[in-house]
Design a protein around this ligand. Structure first.
Ligand code: PLP
Length: 420
């Protein structure tokens, strides 16, 4: 098969290698991201001869006779058995996501949180310790602090970007180092190679939650990270119409994760798998637009007199701009900003004044979403806790969709004007 590479622009420092396509596309052909997004993981000729994958609505799969069950078990055949252990459409999505990530394998879960819980539960035992960079999704932190602790697993947190503190916190019980990149909502960027090297030096596995970047903007596995996790609910699904999550890595490392998923049952329905497969077809062109919109909106806000601070890794003013520029293809659709001199109510007035953006949590879909983190995610937290998490009263988080940037900008402009 001949496929051109026009769709893929390699990073200038070539930290993102040209992708190798999956088996079904032909071994070791170098193809572009969109080509992978459209074709990878799929059988060229499908059982129904349809160009799209069939949605197989079945919770159970039949065997012709007793011998075929024995053959299935003894030869580890790739076929359906019972839905909790995997459905046909799920494999396609797993292979597609693995191809996009440059990973050997991926395990799909019912949500990003299910993926994280699945990985932790498969890999950790009592007395084990994990170390987080502290800027992270508040539910991930909650799972570790409230629930893993009940099983005797210790969670330590160090300041994001303080690699020396992370290394110093490692002891003989440490099993995993964890970070997001970019973090949410501060958009701090990790030096992935440095992070991976600390893990390797101490024989501790590393995990990056790359939800905000996606495999389009960063490729942690290429930098030596062991596991990459994504909430596929966000950019991979891309249409605000599904929840899913994935953990990617080597097949060997993911073996126990896949086995545990079959027991815990956090699987996707055939229809959900199909929605994700369909959403992924336009992954690269959506990411290009999200990146472009994020950059333009951030530049606009940075020059707006009613905005006191903009956090966006593609701005020179961002504390992690240099490392972002070196390691990322683009900087994503999420832009965090603070309204100059506003209290929480004045900030809420800006949010309430938008006409195009929709007021909602989440990110990564085609629709632009806006929220005030104080209200949306931290309303029940004390002011001290919010300060600890760096959530200010006048902070707004904007998740740029794929609308035209001038319209998103015009909408923000008229919303900020309510403060006159
Ligand atoms: C949304 C999100 C999650 C959780 O994913 P769900 O699909 O909502 O369970 C985890 N990490 C990050 C960075 C997220 O944005």
């Amino acid at each position: 098969m001949s496929v051109d590479t026009a769709g893929s622009k390699p990073l200038s420092n070539s930290k993102i290698p040209t992708e190798t396509c999956s088996k079904s596309l032909g071994e070791s052909k170098q193809v572009g991201i969109s080509t992978l997004a459209v074709h990878a993981g799929e059988a060229r000729q499908k059982p129904t001869n349809s160009i799209t994958d069939p949605v197989v609505m079945a919770s159970t799969f039949t065997f012709e006779n007793t011998q075929s069950i024995i053959d299935f078990i003894e030869n580890d055949q790739d076929r359906g058995e019972y839905g909790r252990y995997g459905v046909p459409g799920e494999k396609v999505v797993e292979r597609k996501l693995a191809a996009l990530e440059g990973a050997e394998d991926g395990v799909l879960f019912a949500s990003g949180m299910a993926a994280l819980v699945g990985l932790f539960n498969a890999k950790l035992s009592s007395n084990d310790e994990i170390i987080f960079f502290d800027e992270c999704y508040h539910r991930s932190r909650e799972y570790c602090r409230k629930h893993l602790s009940r099983f005797g697993i210790v969670t330590r947190q160090v300041k994001t970007g303080d690699y020396d503190a992370m290394e110093a916190a490692i002891n003989s019980n440490t099993k995993m180092l964890i970070s997001e990149s970019p973090t949410n909502p501060h958009l701090s960027i990790l030096d992935l190679e440095r992070f991976a090297t600390i893990g390797k030096k101490h024989n501790v596995e590393t995990l990056i939650d790359a939800t905000l970047a996606t495999s389009y903007n960063i490729q942690p596995i290429t930098s030596g990270v062991d596991y990459v996790m994504h909430s596929a609910t966000k950019y991979f699904g891309g249409h605000n119409d599904l929840l899913a999550g994935v953990v990617l890595g080597t097949a060997e490392k993911l073996k126990e994760v896949r086995a545990l998923r079959g027991v815990m049952g956090a699987i996707n329905t055939p229809h959900n798998c199909y929605l994700l497969e369909r959403g992924l077809k336009t992954f690269e062109i959506r990411m290009e637009r999200h990146n472009n919109n994020g950059q333009r909106v951030a530049e606009y806000l940075e020059n707006h007199p009613k905005v006191s601070r903009v956090l966006y890794p593609g701005l020179e003013s961002h504390p992690y701009y240099e490392i972002a520029k070196q390691t990322m293809r683009g900087f994503g659709g999420l832009v965090t900003f603070e309204v100059a001199g506003a209290d929480w109510k004045q900030t809420a007035r800006v949010v309430d004044a938008v006409q195009l953006a929709r007021i909602a949590p989440s990110l990564g879909g085609v629709e632009t979403l806006i929220e005030q983190p104080l209200v949306m995610s931290y309303w029940s937290y004390t002011p001290e806790e919010r300060a600890e998490f760096g959530i200010s009263d006048n902070m707004i988080r904007l998740a740029c969709g794929i609308e035209n940037s001038q319209d998103i900008i015009a909408d923000l402009g008229q919303a900020l004007d309510v403060l006159d």
